[in-house]
Design a protein around this ligand. Structure first.
Ligand code: ABN
Length: 174
């Protein structure tokens, strides 16, 4: 047996005599756990997740778009209109509800007016129900769970909903 083999064998026997398998596993587990905390795993995955959330917040055809924070209905931007414009053949309800949404691009709060678009059957695309700050019908100005086409409109048929900025916290929107 070479000297190297002899040293390794003695060292291994020494360790084996003093260490149980369970304590070895425990120590190994603690080392691996510590490494996971010190060097967080999957950094690329986290970056991708934040990037996707940021993109959604600025895409007006997703419910995550920042202006839709108090939304209830179908996004007109998916129904032939836009975030602020009713599709052809429909008109904006005379009565709206409002919400206050934070724009992630400037970190400011904006007053958003939501109008139902009336005159065609339900669009059925891009359902969105976010309801931030929404209240029951005793506070009509912030109540969204109702067909506002029923209020003083040529047609009472609901199609989709638009979201327009009407003010900024601490001033007015330009
Ligand atoms: N305000 C949107 C809406 C329309 C019809 C029914 C419920 C909610």
């Amino acid at each position: 047996m070479s000297l190297f083999d002899d040293v390794v064998q003695k060292g291994t026997r020494f360790l084996a005599g003093r260490t149980s398998r369970r304590s070895m596993l425990g120590r190994l587990g603690r080392t691996l756990g510590g490494a996971a905390v010190a060097f967080p795993v999957l950094p690329v995955d986290r970056v991708a997740k934040f990037a996707a959330a940021a993109t959604a917040a600025t895409d007006d055809q997703t419910c995550e778009y920042w202006r839709y924070c108090a939304f209830d209905g179908f996004l007109c931007s998916c129904c032939g209109g836009s975030a602020t414009g009713c599709p052809a053949g429909t008109t904006a309800s005379a009565v709206s509800w409002v919400g206050t949404c934070r724009n992630p691009l400037d970190d400011k709060d904006y007053l958003i007016s939501y109008n139902d678009c009336c005159g065609k059957s339900s669009c059925g695309r891009c359902t969105c129900n976010t309801n931030l700050g929404e209240r029951p019908a005793y506070l009509m100005g912030v109540h969204n769970d109702i067909n506002w086409c029923m209020a003083e409109n040529k047609s009472q048929i609901y199609h989709c909903t638009v979201a327009a900025i009407v003010g900024i916290s601490g001033g007015t929107a330009g």
